[in-house]
Design a protein around this ligand. Sequence first.
Ligand code: ADP
Ligand code: MG
Length: 210
Amino acid sequence: MAVDDDGDVLPDRDAAKGFYAKYEPKEVLGRGGCSVVRRCIEKETGQQFAAKIIDLSDSSDEGVHEATIREIDVLRMVAGHPYIIELHDVFESSTFIFLVFELCEHGELFDHLTTVVTLSEKKTKLIMRQLFEALAHVHGKGIAHRDLKPENILLDDNYNIKLTDFGFAKVLQPGETLTELCGTPGYLAPELLRCNMMEGAPGYAHQVDL
Ligand code: ADP
Ligand code: MG
């Protein structure tokens, strides 16, 4: 346990303790730049969740904390949609942030597509319809996701989609455009590439998700 010179328990430890008191962490479900996602069980109810554990001390980038706070704000703004991941709980300290999400039993759409190799037109239509409904909701709130890809589309126990990973999402004012280069190489939209590579090209907005 971390203690300061006066023998007091440091507050960041308390935040981590808050998570461990309430949840039992299990196996790793996925990894990102400075996060690990683990299945966990809420001790009181026995219900399963997915905890995204962000290690702030692990990164030299001071922006990780602010970026995570923005991600939480966006998750709260888009909450309450059937095809968008639900944030259940948050624990925050100076070294760790725990985001507790509803668990998507069937993992990433990416892995599902790799497993099944082909999808029927009927199933493709269902997935695309759900994705468009989720995106319409996100865009309706003035938010651009900016990292849409099959790795960030999860499948619940009924194979319904849950759009996740709002780590690059950005709230736009009406008429506002962006120039920032972000997202995942290989999935970048032409509008985003154009404004970063061509002199005088216009900025981009929500269309980068389409
Ligand atoms: P990052 O911002 O680090 O990419 P993500 O939020 O995309 O973090 O999570 C990383 C991976 O963890 C996902 O691609 C997925 O494999 C897994 N994962 C995240 N959230 C859940 C969840 N709610 N249920 C099941 N797996 C999840
Ligand atoms: Mg991701």
